[in-house]
Structures are given as C-alpha cells and as structure tokens.
Ligand binder design. Sequence first.
Ligand code: ZN
Length: 272
Amino acid sequence: MTFVPTVSPPAVLSARPRWFVVRQLGMLVRDDEGQPRLPELEDLPRLGLTPESAHYLGQLDGEDCFALEAAASEPPAPWAARSLRSLYSQLNEEEFAVAGRAVQIANFSATHRYCGGCGQPTARDASERCMRCARCDLVFYPRVSPAIIVLVRRGPQALLARAARSTTGFFSTLAGFVEPGESLEQTLHREVLEEVGVHVQNVRYFGSQPWPFPHSLMVGFTAEHAGGEILVDGKEIAEARWFDPHSLPPVPPRISIARRLIDGWLADVGAL
Ligand SMILES: [Zn+2]
C-alpha cells in the first residue's frame, strides 16, 4: 500500500473514498466481525457529519482519504470510538499511518479555530496545511514535536530504562523532546546525561517514526557508551541497567521505534 499526501482533493473523487472520523485522540469505527470498519459516505449523516467539512489527506492505494472531526458526544451504535493505539494491531501499517495523520490534522484544526495573536476566527488555507488569520495574517501550522530516542550500547550490552510514569513496567530506550535552539545531537547528549548520567559517542542515525500520541516525531539513533556509571535522575527514570541480549526485561511492543531499536541491537549481536 502506498500513501500520497495532498492538501486539496481532486475534482472527481475516487470510487470509494475513505473517511477517518476522529473523536478526541481516537477514531470512530464499527466492529465488523472483529475487524474495525471505517464509515462510508452514506454513514456520515447518521454521525452528524458532512463531507464538506472534511480535511483532505491524500490517496491511499488510489482511494481519496479524508479526516473528519466527530462531535464530543457518544457516537450512535454501532459506531464506537476506539483509541488509535488499540487500532494498531488491526490496521495495516499504511492505514495506521493515515489514521495517525487524520487524528493529528483533525485535532490541530479543532484547537486552532481562533488566532493566537488577535483572537479572530482563523480559516483553512486552500493550498497549504495550515490555518490563517485574515486580520493579522498569522499562519498556524500543525504542531509536530520532534523527540530523540536512543539505544546506548556498551559492548554486547544495551542500556534500557524504566520510566517513572510508566504503567507498563517496560524497559525501553531513552527519549526526550528537542528544546528550541537545540540540534538533535545536542538533545541526545543532554537527555542521556540528564536521565542516566552517562556520556555517549559514535552517535548514528537509525530511522524515524511519526508518533501521533499526540503529535511527536521520534528520531531514532544508536550510540556507544563513552564514560560514566548509570545514575538515574529519579524523576523521569525510575530504573536503568545494562542488559545482556539473552536476559532481557519486558520491552515495548512492535508499534514503537523503541522496539525496532532493541530488535536491531539483538539482530546485530546475533540474538534475534
Ligand atoms: Zn489574528
């Protein structure tokens, strides 16, 4: 499946457009024998929606895709709001990525109805993904918050940490948001030092992943331990250790780039 993002819909829509109806940070779907089904055009009036208010997203395998903002009230049966996370295992990767776009764009639109400068209502731009204020010409773009995520290695071992606010008990890679004025590398060195007290070297780009919970872009790296003993900050990180590939703690599921980093390390040391 391939997705081609575009801001403006074509003059003639594809045969079966796909409607991603967003409610808060989830999507409205109906259960079709265990498989979540998206609404069709004829379902929209029952959901109190009109296609005219939709945000065009682009084409997935030649079908036009739209995001719509649902009302905050409970949807009428058989429709139910499902969290984006819970849909991960039931949608394929491209569909999930489009759903993530839909959630972020609908939420961006819902929270930027008024200009932050002068308070006047904003309007959608016809050609760019942004909201504009006609009065003071301020432009608002969807929020994307970059964060680094890094797997630190020491010989065959890797540093994994349990976050203080984690409810899952997973040990994962270290991560942190980029601050204004920082390069990704500076963020990485700062976060690793702040969270676990070690210095790293040989930083290498690994890959990236949009993380729509609610609007991050995770930029993944690997790095090597350069010095210092683990000393957790006790605020963000509750516990951190060097793990051998054959005695792993519980690690995050496959939805995350953290797991791809961990699996990459395991494959590299011949443990996967
Ligand atoms: Zn304004």
